[in-house]
Design a protein around this ligand. Structure first.
Ligand code: COA
Length: 260
């Protein structure tokens, strides 16, 4: 598929999706949100893609937020619909994707940009990155899951302060908060994400799918995560990957998972 606002490249088991509106600091307009959905859907359906990395083009921004010019004249109903649709087709979609998604935060990740990074399964950042949810400075609140995922990642008090002050934190503060897992230089950011991806790829993709579902269950209202884990654990025993993984261990060789 060809895209206008993003680039999608696949090699060695990794699909790298680059949000490509550098003149607008990669702000998420409606078209970009739809293209991200389509590219993620395509990568997830591709058996050769084992890990997805999302990053921003240029050296300044991952994503500087939702495109403010698109919603400046919205009323109550349109505002609610904007959040509902975005959450459904992108933010919840990324979080629940069965293929691991790493956010490589290469600069500003503000508003919808930080919300996108937080919806990814985990994050790495370059040392110039700045993160925040500045929505209240515009008279709105985070609408793409930010009020829910930020406290999950950094704790309620820090999330309250970040949202209320509309302030930004730098990469090292984000590391200290647990918002990102690793910080490196901008040049080393994608190589680092790829190195982590290659570690993930050695493992069973079907088991990883079950693990993502089980971990996410911990954060879903009305869902018993322990029950989800038991079900997913049991399902693993019916997979070819389980047979290969256990046989390889007992035969003292490296597993070669079929991914089934
Ligand atoms: N929506 C739409 N356009 C955006 C944008 C956004 N969220 N963030 C940046 N842009 C655009 C700017 O309007 C500017 O476009 P122009 O050159 O056509 O005027 C371009 O991207 C470059 O941004 P600029 O503000 O000139 O860069 P800067 O280095 O001076 O400042 C930021 C960088 C990130 C501090 C600043 O762009 C900013 O505050 N952006 C909005 C962040 C935000 O509130 N996001 C949450 C949205 S809900």
């Amino acid at each position: 598929m060809s895209y206008t606002n993003i680039l999608s490249d696949s090699s060695n088991g990794i699909t790298t999706i680059t949000i490509n509106r550098p003149n607008k600091l990669n702000a998420l307009n409606k078209a970009t949100i739809q293209e991200l959905h389509d590219a993620l859907d395509e990568a997830n359906a591709d058996d050769n893609t084992k890990v997805v990395i999302i990053t921003g083009s240029g050296d300044k921004a991952f994503v500087a937020g939702a495109d403010i010019s698109e919603f400046a004249d919205f009323g109550v109903e349109k505002g609610g619909k904007l959040a509902a649709k975005g959450q459904k087709i992108l933010f919840d979609f990324v979080e629940n994707l069965s293929t691991p998604v790493i956010a490589a935060v290469n600069g500003f990740a503000l508003g919808g940009g930080l919300e996108l990074a937080m919806a990814c399964h985990f994050r790495v950042a370059s040392d110039n990155a700045k993160m925040g949810l500045p929505e209240v400075s515009l008279g709105v609140i985070p609408g793409y899951g930010g009020t829910q995922r930020l406290p999950q990642l950094v704790g309620k008090g820090r999330a309250m302060e970040m949202v209320m002050t509309a302030g930004m934190i730098d990469a090292n503060q984000a590391l200290q908060y647990g918002l990102v897992n690793h910080v490196t230089t901008q040049d080393e950011l994608l190589p680092l994400a790829e190195k982590i991806a290659s570690k993930i790829m050695r493992n069973s993709s079907v088991a990883i799918k079950g693990a993502i579902k089980s971990i996410n269950a911990n954060y879903k209202d009305g869902v018993d995560g322990f029950k989800t884990e038991i079900k997913q654990f049991g399902k693993c025993f019916g997979t070819e990957d389980f047979k290969e993984g256990t046989s390889a261990f007992l035969e003292k060789r490296k597993a070669n998972f079929p991914g089934k």
